[in-house]
Ligand binder design. Sequence first.
Ligand code: SF4
Length: 387
Amino acid sequence: MSGIDRVRLRQLAAAARLTLLGVTTAEPFHELAALLEAHIRAGHMAGLDWFTEERARFSADPRNLHPTARSIVSVGLPYWQPDIVPPDDGVPRGRIARYAWGRDYHATLKARMRDLHARLEQELGRPLEARFLVDTARIVDRAAAARSGLGWYGKNTMILVPGHGSWVMLGELVLDIDLEPSPPLRPKCGRCTRCLDACPTGALIDAYRLHTPHCISYLTIELRGAIPRHLRPLMGNWVFGCDICQELCPYTGAAAPSADPDVRPERIEHAFPALHWLLRMSEEEFRAVYRGRAVLRAKRRGLARNAAVALGNVGTRADLALLEEVATAHDLPLVRGHAAWAIARIAGADSLPALRAILDREQDPAVREELRAILDDPPPPRCQCAA
Ligand code: SF4
């Protein structure tokens, strides 16, 4: 062993502002490789084209990335805090998943792991080879967290950490020293199926099995093109990620609030952005508001596309003028097409003349195809939005 025991490691981690951790060896995650390969072959990761079977095998062995790796310190950043309340101003707003409210967790976790690494080097009096992984898919964060006893797998495929539920961001510090491993925890979902029952798109097809192409998180963040029309009515007002399978979990309901300033939103747009603003924002406004935040990953085109779908799902006829303006004149074709869908979603058959007029003026082939599809088969109009 390295000479650093569990207690000392926790002290050093706490000094680096890492309060949750577990330790495992750098042995391959054999079961994970087989599971991921089967998952990919079944089409449950369709759309994540970079995550191939080869990548899954590579990811499942930490030594592919760090040949002298001996241990993995799995760290967690808890991020739950009491709800911030959107202003009661009648403005239709989107929702951003809680993990993205604060500063970009990749940067936060990596900075803290670098701090821990420096403290370990100082303690041992020699350089340590290390890798700092957050969401890299080179090793899978959740597998390391489960084997290290940081948390256990819930049926919603998230890692549940005692005292925090799944409101925890994960990272790994891979080191070339032997540290004492911590034992895995026993899963505690029991007979509960709340997350499986509540997923609006049915993406949780079974316990511990997520069909990624239907997950609202995937649709709003990773998917670059058009959102499948049959899934749009099921997405509510989520514009970046989704927390539904976490919010109703009894373990997340008992989460302790985080006082960490890095996980707090600094303005309302970081948690509940106004949908009209998202549909009108310029590239400069988008970059200024979301600088240093995970939301940048969706890009302006993705966020505005999602806002159009959300407005279709929660807007009223009072929003139709803005949507017609967006469907006609937005600079991004993807957004124009989704705004046209939102018009039909709100106004049903009443919207068809306006959509035909938009089609007459539209030049982009993909938007024309979207408009024709909407005119041929309009989405189910919502009944609660009369005038
Ligand atoms: Fe497990 Fe229930 Fe939480 Fe789903 S909602 S992760 S089944 S405890």
